[in-house]
Design a protein around this ligand. Structure first.
Ligand code: SAM
Ligand code: SF4
Length: 315
């Protein structure tokens, strides 16, 4: 359906948990308790009912995210039920990849069509520093498990962190030369308890264009400007929520792991969907889409007004 500014909103990102097996420096604060609040997260029936009601409001594409969606014991069943919801034509999942080798085949048969895997570094020490307790080997085994499984796309998300991984831009985009993988460089957003830290390490995606002179522009896909190495199998995407925000073409809403609908990632506005079902739930989602704010204020030098950490919202 269209919001009050005429944008077609057809994409819902659902955070199915705030829990995670990693602790990325730009996403979760260091002191974040080991497993987060398990009790507060949506049940599988609540997730499926929200997806059903959203599809009545014109949502066609779902992304399951977190936290780490694969730490949920019922994730395969969630995928199956969400993908079987009438009106849902695309089911995507974002993961850090560590648990993918275990789940990738079941995810595929349960209706997941696209996978995004986060991988910010190809250096084992830097990877461990960024994720606080992850192993590069584990993440790469997830990437390789996903490739050639017949997904419509496997994307690799790298958040640019000044002085930490911006010296790896060339090696990360090199992955697209031999593999049909799509590497996306994403500007780090100052949000939640890590906002001050993120602000001081911001790097614009323009740096990728400056360094990688070989890249050839091939157009755009959603919010990403697309490029390709001349002999590359995959594509390179630049996503710039800060330096060139894409609010005028925004097509999405989000639901946090506790059932709060966020019409805009960086707005403090939230609508509690918990306890609602049927027509009341459809009406609440319909109104939230219609009233979606026009733009965020990050490019005006503000940090996010979201008041949430990314692991609750899902990126
Ligand atoms: N755990 C999964 C993962 O890491 O892919 C899914 C959840 S994670 C919150 C989703 C995406 O948000 C990841 O690609 C992550 O890099 C990105 N992200 C988290 N915090 C961010 C921030 N402050 N700025 C930009 N991207 C961020
Ligand atoms: Fe976990 Fe993903 Fe956040 Fe990293 S970015 S801490 S993997 S939720």
């Amino acid at each position: 359906m269209k919001d009050s500014f005429g944008r077609d909103i057809y994409y819902l990102r659902m955070s199915v948990t705030n829990r995670c097996n990693l602790r990325c420096v730009y996403c979760m604060p260091e002191g974040c308790s080991d497993w987060g609040d398990k009790e507060g997260i949506l049940s599988i029936d609540e997730i499926v009912e929200i997806v059903r009601a959203a599809s009545v409001c014109g949502i066609k594409k779902i992304r399951l995210t977190g936290g780490e969606p694969l730490v949920r014991a019922d994730i395969v069943e969630i995928c199956r039920r969400v993908s079987e919801t009438p009106g849902i034509t695309e089911l995507c999942l974002t993961t850090n990849g560590i648990l993918l080798p275990k789940f990738v085949d079941e995810l595929k048969t349960s209706g997941v069509t696209r996978l995004n895997i986060s991988l910010d570094s190809l250096d084992p020490v830097t990877y461990k520093d960024i994720t606080r307790n992850g192993t590069l080997e584990g993440a790469l085994s997830g990437v390789y498990a996903a490739l050639d499984r017949g997904f419509k796309a496997v994307k690799i998300n790298a958040v640019l962190i000044g002085g930490v991984n911006d010296n790896e831009i060339l090696s990360l985009l090199e992955l697209t030369r031999k593999h049909n993988a799509h590497v996306r460089f994403i500007e780090m957003m100052p949000i939640g308890e890590t906002a001050d830290w993120a602000e001081t390490r911001f790097v614009s995606v323009d740096k990728v264009k400056e360094i990688a002179s070989e890249l050839v522009e091939i157009g755009s896909e959603g919010v990403a400007q697309l490029y390709r190495l001349p002999d590359g199998l995959g594509t390179v995407g630049l996503i710039s929520p800060i330096s060139s925000h894409f609010c005028p073409t925004c097509n999405r809403i989000r639901v946090a792991s506790d059932g709060k609908l966020k019409p805009c990632l960086h707005s403090p506005d939230e609508i509690d969907l918990r306890g609602l079902s049927g027509k009341a739930l459809e009406d609440a989602i319909h109104l939230a889409i219609y009233d979606k704010p026009f733009k965020h204020k990050l490019d005006d030098g503000h940090v996010s007004e979201s008041m949430r950490n990314m692991n609750e919202i899902g990126g």
